[in-house]
Write a protein that binds this ligand. Structure first.
Ligand code: C2O
Ligand code: CU
Length: 486
C-alpha cells in the first residue's frame, strides 16, 4: 500500500487546521479559567476612544443616554406581554430523564417560542431567579431603540438574581428572529439561555399552510441537545410548510433536503423575490442567521431536512422517509446570487464613511479586528443620516459570521464582485479569505455592537462598537460592574 502523498498546500492546510484546533482547545480552557475575555480591564466605557471623523475629537454638546432612547407609546397598537424567568436547575425532559444543570428562560415552558404580529407592542418581563452572573435578553435581528437592545454593560446592567427587567419594543418588521442572553453570551447561549422569536406578517408575501420554527442549538448537555434536534411535523400531501430555521450554534450549518425541492423564501427576516427551487444543494446557515424554507409536500412520502453533520433532522409529513442523501457532496448554494430581497434598502448616492474590518486570530487566543480585541478597538462613530460602508475581510480563523445590532444592512459585493441584486441581512457569514462590502443607513441612534457570532470568537475579542455621536451610557463593561457582554 502506498501512503497518500501530501502536497505542500495540503500540508499547510493541515498545519493550519491543527493550529486552529489548538486554538479552539485553548479557547475552551480560557472560557473555563475566567469569566471575562482577554485582558478585559476592570472598567470599560464603550464610548471611549472614538470620535466622528469630522469632529476632530471635540466633545459634542447635546449628549443623550442610550437608556433614554425608547419608543414612545402610541395609542392603539395591540400589546403582547410575556413573562420569562431565567433559571439554572434540573429540567425534567418528556422522556422522563432529568438534566441537572440546565440554564433556561422559562415562560412557563423552557425556551418558549415568542410569537407576535407585525405592529404589536411587545412587553417582556424578565426575572432572573438564580443565574449567578446575571442575564440579559438581546433580541437578535430586531430593529429597536438602544435602551432595549439587552447588551450588558452597554444598554443595561446584567439582571442579577432576584431582579427583574422589562423590555418593551414594537415589532416593526415581520420575520424570523431569536433571543439570547448578552451577558457572558458565549457561555450562556451554550447553556440554553436562548429562544425563538417570530414576528408574523400582517399580510404574508407568499402562502403557506403550516408555520414551523427550528432552533439549531449546541447545548452543553447531550440529552438536551438530542431533545432539541429532532422534530417531526405533521403535514398532508399538497400542503405548504414554512420552516423557519434559526442557527444559534457557533458553526455554519449546511442543510440538505430530500423528498422535495425547497425554496429559500427569507433570509434574516427579509423576504426574497421569486426564489427559485433548490435541489441537490447544501444550504448554508451561518451562526446567528435565519433562513425560512418553503416546502410543497409531495403527493407521497415525507420530506427530510438534515443538518450538516447529520446532527439533527426535521421530517415533514408521514409515510416512508426519503433515503439518506449523499448531500455532503452536493454543491453549496450561494445565497448572495440566489434571489433579491423584496424590500431592499434605499440606494445611497455616496458613502459618508468607509471602514475596513480585517478579521484574524493570533496566538494564543486573540480573535481580532484590525489586530485588536474588543476594548482596544476604537469605536466607529457615525451621525444620523449617514451611509456607512464596511469592507469585511476574513484573514484567519474564519468563518466569521458578523452581526450588526440595531440595523439591517445591504450586502454590496462579495470578493470584489458586486451582487447581481439587492440583498438585506443582519448577519453576514464571511468564510476564510473572503471579503464582503456591506452598507447601512445610520437611522437608529444608539450604541451598537458589531461582532462575530461565533460567540467564542466574540468572547476572545472579535467584537466592536458602532456608536452615534453624542450618545452615552451610564453602564460599564468589566470586572467592577460584572457586566461581560461576550
Ligand atoms: Cu445575537 Cu450581539 O448578538
Ligand atoms: Cu469569528
Amino acid at each position: 500500500m502506498t501512503k497518500p502523498t501530501v502536497d505542500a498546500k495540503g500540508k499547510r492546510r493541515r498545519i493550519r487546521f491543527t493550529a486552529f484546533r489548538l486554538v479552539k482547545l485553548f479557547s475552551a480552557f480560557a472560557l473555563l479559567l475566567s469569566a471575562c475575555g482577554p485582558h478585559m480591564p476592570e472598567e470599560h466605557d464603550v464610548t471611549a476612544g472614538g470620535h466622528h471623523p469630522s469632529s476632530h475629537g471635540k466633545k459634542t454638546a447635546n449628549a443623550v443616554s442610550c437608556t433614554d432612547l425608547k419608543e414612545k407609546p402610541q395609542a392603539g397598537e395591540p400589546v403582547k406581554t410575556f413573562h420569562l424567568t431565567a433559571r439554572a436547575g434540573s429540567l425534567q425532559l418528556d422522556s422522563g430523564k432529568t438534566v441537572e444543570d440546565a440554564w433556561m428562560f422559562y415562560g412557563p415552558d423552557p425556551q418558549p417560542e415568542l410569537r407576535v404580529q407585525e405592529g404589536d407592542r411587545v412587553i417582556v418581563h424578565v426575572k432572573n431567579e438564580n443565574i449567578r452572573e446575571g442575564v440579559t435578553i438581546h433580541w437578535h435581528g430586531v430593529i429597536l431603540p438602544c435602551s432595549q437592545d439587552g447588551v450588558a454593560g452597554v444598554t443595561q446592567d446584567a439582571i442579577r438574581p432576584g431582579e427583574t427587567f422589562t423590555y418593551e419594543w414594537i415589532a416593526r418588521h415581520a420575520g424570523t428572529y431569536w433571543y439570547h442572553s448578552h451577558q457572558q453570551s458565549s457561555l450562556q447561549a451554550r447553556k440554553g439561555l436562548i429562544g425563538k422569536l417570530v414576528v408574523e406578517p400582517k399580510k404574508p408575501t407568499f402562502a403557506y399552510d403550516k408555520d414551523v420554527t427550528v432552533l439549531l442549538q449546541e447545548l452543553d448537555d447531550e440529552q438536551l441537545a438530542n431533545l432539541a434536534n429532532r422534530l417531526h411535523v405533521h403535514a398532508d400531501p399538497g400542503e405548504t410548510v414554512r420552516l423557519r430555521v434559526i442557527n444559534s450554534r457557533n458553526s455554519t450549518e449546511r442543510l440538505t433536503v430530500s423528498g422535495a425541492p425547497v425554496k429559500v423564501v427569507s433570509i434574516d427576516g427579509n423576504d426574497l423575490m421569486n426564489p427559485p427551487p433548490v435541489e441537490k444543494a447544501r444550504i448554508p446557515v451561518g451562526s446567528g442567521q435565519r433562513l425560512d424554507l418553503l416546502v410543497n409536500m409531495p403527493a407521497q412520502g415525507a420530506v427530510k431536512i438534515t443538518g450538516g453533520e447529520k446532527k439533527e433532522s426535521v421530517v415533514l409529513g408521514r409515510g416512508p422517509e426519503p433515503p439518506a442523501s449523499d448531500g455532503n457532496r452536493w454543491p453549496e448554494l450561494d445565497l448572495t446570487r440566489y434571489a433579491a430581497s423584496r424590500s431592499p434598502l434605499p440606494a445611497p448616492k455616496s458613502f459618508d464613511q468607509t471602514h475596513t474590518l480585517e478579521l484574524d486570530w493570533s496566538f494564543p487566543h486573540r480573535f481580532t479586528i484590525n489586530g485588536k480585541v474588543m476594548h482596544e478597538i476604537p469605536p466607529i462613530v457615525v451621525r444620523e443620516g449617514e451611509w456607512i460602508r464596511l469592507r469585511i475581510v476574513a484573514k484567519g480563523g474564519a468563518p466569521h459570521p458578523m452581526h450588526l445590532h440595531g440595523h439591517r444592512f445591504a450586502v454590496l459585493s462579495k470578493n470584489g464582485a458586486p451582487l447581481p441584486h439587492p440583498l438585506v441581512m443582519d448577519t453576514v457569514n464571511v468564510n476564510q479569505d473572503e471579503s464582503y462590502e456591506i452598507a447601512f443607513l445610520a437611522d437608529n441612534p444608539g450604541l451598537w455592537m458589531i461582532h462575530c457570532h461565533n460567540l467564542t470568537h466574540a468572547y476572545l475579542g472579535m467584537s466592536m462598537m458602532i456608536n452615534y455621536e453624542g450618545v452615552t451610557t451610564p453602564h460599564r463593561i468589566g470586572t467592577k460592574s460584572g457586566n461581560h457582554p461576550d
